[in-house]
Design a protein around this ligand. Sequence first.
Ligand SMILES: Cc1cc2nc3c(=O)[nH]c(=O)nc-3n(C[C@H](O)[C@H](O)[C@H](O)COP(=O)(O)OP(=O)(O)OC[C@H]3O[C@@H](n4cnc5c(N)ncnc54)[C@H](O)[C@@H]3O)c2cc1C
Length: 356
Amino acid sequence: MDILDSIVIGAGQAGLSTSYHLRRLGIPHAVLDADDAPGGAWRHRWDALTMQDVHGVAELPGAVPPPRTTERANRAVPAYFSAYERAHDLPVLRPVHVDRVTDDDGILVVHAAEGTWRSRTLVNATGTWTHPFLPHYPGMETFLGEQFHTVDYPGPERFRGKRVLVVGGGASAVQFLGALAPITDVLWATRRPPVWRTDDFTPEAGAAAVALVEQRVAQGLAPQSVVSVTGLMLRPQEQEAARLGVYDARRPMFQRIEPDGVRWADGSFEHVDAILWATGFRPAIAHLAPLHLRSERGGIQLDHGGRGTTAVKDPRIQLVGYGPSASTIGANRAGRTAARGVRQFLARAPIAADVR
Ligand SMILES: Cc1cc2nc3c(=O)[nH]c(=O)nc-3n(C[C@H](O)[C@H](O)[C@H](O)COP(=O)(O)OP(=O)(O)OC[C@H]3O[C@@H](n4cnc5c(N)ncnc54)[C@H](O)[C@@H]3O)c2cc1C
């Protein structure tokens, strides 16, 4: 079986950026993507999310950014990625769902139902969308109403006229409340009081927030989302919900879930028809477990104080779209850093005659 110089797993923003830069550096590689069409996580975002609703999708390297129109994000971004893959003739194979990556005497073996690939280096770009985080609360399974996570949010219309509890303190919860408050009776619960930004979100403030996540990754801690350290902002779309007072009426988490609603710590009961868990995601990296990259602190430590993309425990492996680079702009930059990391490793590692 041929041995590739590099394999990229995932063809979202991070994987495509990496592939573009690997190609520019003349490094033969393949991109394996579990989805059956281009678009990464954007293919799966809810229909009501338009390009004007998203915070801003950065351009892919060497391209102009996708326009901020009223078009659905789950159509516009996939079309943008698809045109990009074609324009740069990127070597994407799909659908290929990688189950695990193992080590065979210094060569990385990538296993999927669709085939097996061998490579000298690997760039992991699998994002978080396929690994939603749902906390467990007592009584959750007894609830008779509907429960959704961000990953299967059906859009606001499904909730019209119902009593909905939104759980979570991130940007998605803020957006859901903004869309739901004008048409439903909505409640908000978070573990910690939300931190609002009142000042402008300048590039300096963004860099400071990213630096906080870098520090965690440098210490081998599990990364937080970048948004959790930037603070929350209300956009024009959320002004009506703000006027209705939903953001001020936020409550701490309930104690348990009962068939018709939730019970708060003070013993009082609230009836709800639906619970929407906007409780975030975790890095989708289970397939890397056989490589033992995690530190004892739970995360994968990256080089250069968390600003790099190379796994400290194994310089053959790059992680992009992980921790500080988990945004479209961060993923773009990480793609370039990772491609350079791959080149550096290949330049250093002697190529055994029997494997080429
Ligand atoms: C609701 C929401 C809104 C957001 N809005 C913005 C925004 O406005 N601006 C912004 O900058 N960021 C935003 N983000 C964050 C941003 O979407 C992500 O950081 C970025 O798009 C992730 O790109 P990615 O390439 O890392 O991952 P993804 O886009 O998730 O791509 C990962 C790819 O890897 C594939 N994959 C996963 N596992 C495997 C496997 N085992 N084998 C093979 N392939 C696999 C998937 O099929 C997918 O194609 C938002 C996130 C969410 C959840």
